[in-house]
Write a protein that binds this ligand. Sequence first.
Ligand code: TA6
Length: 307
Amino acid sequence: MEHALEITDLNHRFGIPEIVKIVEGHGGLTKVEVTSRSAQGEIYLHGAHVTSWIPADEEEVLFVSSQSQWNESRPIRGGVPVCFPWFSNKADDVNAPMHGFARTTAWQLESVVQTGNTVTVGMFIESDDTTKKWWPADFRAVLRATFGPELILELDVLNTGKTSFRFEEALHTYFRVGNIETVLVKGLNGVDYVDKNDDKRKKTQDGAIAIVSETDRVYLNTDAIVDLEDPALRRQITIAKENSMATVVWNPWIQKAKAMADFGDKEWPHMICIETCNVGDSFVELMPGQHHQMQAIVRVSNLKQTA
Ligand code: TA6
């Protein structure tokens, strides 16, 4: 009953008739549904996790695994996991959750703003005893998702404490593709990367990225716009960014897909992660009272058929 009251209260405070509705999503998790003339979208309060973006006249852009778990102790598999305040394993604590605690935290709805045909949903978390079990910093983080002809994701971190702190962050976006084996990722030519499938050797990207095996690469010192060409779905997804100096490209391929319980064995051909981030040497340092706002700006266009 309490959950139903919570949803009723949230709709009263944030709902917009015919445009924005707060509902019970998978696993009973609370979800904000956006349906405007320019796009449809979904974002869960669990992890401030965007799980769908469908621009008008387009198909679903994001991938969500059919095997995803939907409970508060696990991150949703797919969509846009928010990785914060560290990426991958926590260097000084093997027991710390992978990719930080933000994606398994209950965020609070802060704002819903309709501007013309776009809708921006804002959610926040603040440091408390639970976060300080893992990370001592005093912070407030806001995730703003703008659903419109573009998907704009912003992670805005504020240092609310009296001392500076460093953090890593990633918008770990899972894009839906028709066939990973015919996809090309362009825009990172000449950029150095760490190849996590080859003992973290540092290499330099030569031309476009084709995915022919498990791929897990951290591209360094780059603010480049990336074009994801998907001939099977005859579309190109362009990922631009602000205040992000690293980009991760990941596909689990066959064996890793089988090893993930919350990922279908046959799903690897239909997704690729292109992640807007600040990780490793691109960490962010905030002085007291300072903000950092990282943005990913995603748009879809028709893929010009090559002769
Ligand atoms: O961003 C790529 C990566 O770090 C891969 O190494 C893989 O672990 C992926 O993230 C998924 O991580 P997760 O904790 O969500 O299973």
